[in-house]
Ligand binder design. Structure first.
Ligand SMILES: [Fe+2]
Length: 221
């Protein structure tokens, strides 16, 4: 039997409303935020949070925060770690900007996706001439509902890049039996836009299922 509009199963009320955040409105506000908040003036991050209308909490969904983050030229967003999972989807990157996660430096290129698992150290640096932007997502609303939110600042502003490029991705791909340090909730991982696009193209239309979609061979554990 069809559900009435606005409900999802017995007793569940859908309150979230569809909403579009146009980039032409977001980008000027991010620039303004740079004048108001400096990551070298007491703030560790500078973000605009996307709050879905109709939700009781200020978040994108009941369990996920989604924010736009900007790091301007010459800035370092200092190192910290937390119990929430996080991802970054790069909107505007630069060959001179990078995020260091658990000792490996990840260059930020447009449309890359970088995973920052729980309790992994991470910091962001922009040595280029233009600001870089990304969508910053994490599951803090879920962890707060469970009273499992933890946060720690690093002893220095930036981590040293002690591992070569590809260190964590190689482990995730090639060694399923690798034992993570006990305080790490997962392996930092980058999905390069170029690799993701090539994988999608390689699938071809024949492999596509109208219901299940397609499965890419590039996947982390
Ligand atoms: Fe963080």
């Amino acid at each position: 039997m069809a559900q009435p509009a606005g409900t999802a199963g017995a007793g569940a009320q859908v309150t979230a409303q569809p909403y579009l955040w146009p980039w032409r409105e977001i980008e000027p506000r991010l620039r303004l935020a740079c004048d108001l908040v400096g990551v070298d003036r007491g703030a560790s991050r500078r973000t605009l949070r996307l709050c879905t209308p109709g939700l009781a909490l200020q978040a994108a969904t009941h369990t996920i925060h989604a924010s736009l983050q900007i790091v301007t030229q010459g800035e370092v967003a200092p190192a910290h770690r937390h119990s929430n999972n996080a991802f970054r989807f790069i909107i505007r990157g630069s060959a001179s900007a990078h995020t260091t996660v658990e000792g490996e430096r990840f260059d930020l290129e447009r449309h890359d996706l970088i995973l920052t698992p729980p309790w992994t150290w991470h910091d962001h640096t922009n040595d280029g001439d233009e600001p870089v932007y990304w969508i910053d997502g994490h599951d803090l609303p879920l962890l707060r509902s469970l009273s499992t939110e933890f946060f720690e600042t690093y002893e220095r502003r930036q981590q040293e890049a002690v591992f070569p490029s590809g260190h964590w991705s190689d482990i995730a791909r090639d060694d399923p039996h690798y034992r993570l340090p006990p305080n790490m909730g997962g392996v930092p991982y980058i999905y390069r836009a170029s690799e993701s696009l090539a994988a999608l193209k390689s699938l071809g239309v024949e492999a596509h299922d109208p219901t299940e979609g397609v499965c890419s061979p590039i996947a982390t554990r």
